[in-house]
Design a protein around this ligand. Sequence first.
Ligand code: ZN
Ligand code: ZN
Length: 255
Amino acid sequence: MVDDQAYIVDFGPGVIRRISAMSPSWGGQFPQLELKNINHAFLTHIHSDHSGGLADLILTPWVMGRDSELNLFGPKGLKDMAQNITDAYKLDIDYRLNGTQPANDKGFISIVSEINEGSIYKDSNVEVIAFRNSHGDLFESFGYLFITNDKKIIFSGDTAISTSLKKYAKDVDILVHEVYSSEGFETKTDDWKIYHKAHHTSSIDLGILANELNPKKLIASHILFWGATETSVIEDIKENFKGEIILASDLLVID
Ligand SMILES: [Zn+2]
Ligand SMILES: [Zn+2]
């Protein structure tokens, strides 16, 4: 969030429930997160654990009063996905538009920008820069750098150690980076080990990376524990990084 605007990064299953839990209508403290105000979202890549909440993101804020289009940014494929979901809900949308339910004719419409590397969005609050990360064979996979008036925040997306992330992550205030447990990794079968090594970042490697980049805060997110404890993951990172480490969890607020 920046001032009165929320910017959503990825929309996995449950995203709308978690957003609404933080909005005043449901006992939360952030008016920016009232569903009717949710109109900007950025997708790192098309994998379902990051995009499975798109139907809810397109429809529910509209039903709750969003009176502007939803601006979506993401890799190739997002446009079709948004259109196909909207088509799938045609009967519901028509019913709400044409029946007795008060409904506006804009809030269910998605304006999709399929992105390349570079500056992809700018308003008075924030500039968003996209960069390709290193998510195995998935070429259409990005991380995002958000530059606000007083902070630089980078989201790694799903990625193994990425040289382009390193370029953009110098002097950032907050590095949000995915991670899997190096301890838990040992329990995986060889085929999964090969997969995860190419697609994701181990807790030991994340510590080495953070030590090199030295963010003011490191937020470890998208955590694959595989039975390891939170302490184990933190200790792995700490082996190489002495700065502040926070393990991400639902509804966590960081400034
Ligand atoms: Zn992924
Ligand atoms: Zn993922």
